[in-house]
Write a protein that binds this ligand. Structure first.
Ligand SMILES: C[S@@+](CC[C@H](N)C(=O)[O-])C[C@H]1O[C@@H](n2cnc3c(N)ncnc32)[C@H](O)[C@@H]1O
Length: 197
């Protein structure tokens, strides 16, 4: 795989230094366990796409426990290395399968095998939105759910930006269970297939 996935216009997918995503201030402002326990149960199979260095992945592993499964994917190999070191320190590495890959290129993951997919801040950092959504829909069980969130800000012409119009189009291909928006982000909890009309 290329170092950073990019579109034909040469814009790379966005990576972040781990201290930006994984720090004590964020853990206080956005306590991961409280958020995740609304969606994830012990024994669940969960995929964290665009996992970074593990703000959510480590708590996910704790919640699903030894009967569950956590797949973590990020194209940034340094984030994955840091996540694996953290998992080892917490004695959770045996629960975690981590891959350095674009979320749009995870054909190696079996179809219909996850109860929950987390894609927090992923789509707005990458250019191949359609590819990532195809994979999310593919790997979810029919009864599974995905939590998607994107930043609202971004230049219209930047292919990483998920505009309000594109967000509506993304949601039209799935079944929306809940959705909302804050000052900076839009989010939705979705089933993989559109509701039958
Ligand atoms: C805003 S960060 C969110 C990280 C993590 N979900 C969290 O909430 O802490 C976006 C993440 O997506 C990753 N990313 C960007 N493009 C990607 C791609 N094509 N495939 C997988 N991960 C990607 C970045 O490396 C970064 O870790």
């Amino acid at each position: 795989m290329r170092d950073a996935p990019s579109c034909r216009c040469g814009i790379d997918d966005r990576r972040f230094p781990s201290f930006v995503l994984d720090n004590v201030v964020r853990r206080v402002l956005q306590p991961p366990r409280r958020f995740l326990s609304k969606y994830v149960r012990p024994g669940d199979a969960v995929a964290d796409l665009g996992c970074g260095s593990g703000h959510f992945t480590i708590p996910l592993s704790r919640i699903v426990g030894r009967d569950g499964r956590v797949l973590a994917v990020d194209f940034d190999g340094r984030a994955i290395a840091r996540l694996l070191r953290k998992a080892e320190r917490h004695g959770l590495d045996h629960l975690l399968e981590a891959h350095t890959s674009s979320a749009a290129e995870i054909d190696f993951v079996e179809a219909g095998s996850f109860d929950f997919v987390l894609a927090e801040g992923l789509l707005c950092c990458m250019t191949d939105h359609a590819g990532a959504m195809r994979q999310i829909r593919r790997i979810l069980r029919p009864t599974g759910r995905a939590y998607l969130s994107v930043m609202k800000a971004g230049r219209e012409r930047d292919p990483r930006t998920v505009t309000a119009r594109e967000w509506a189009s993304i949601l039209s291909d799935v079944q929306v269970v809940e959705s909302g928006e804050g000052p900076f982000t839009r989010w939705a909890l979705v089933h993989p297939h559109p509701a039958a009309s």
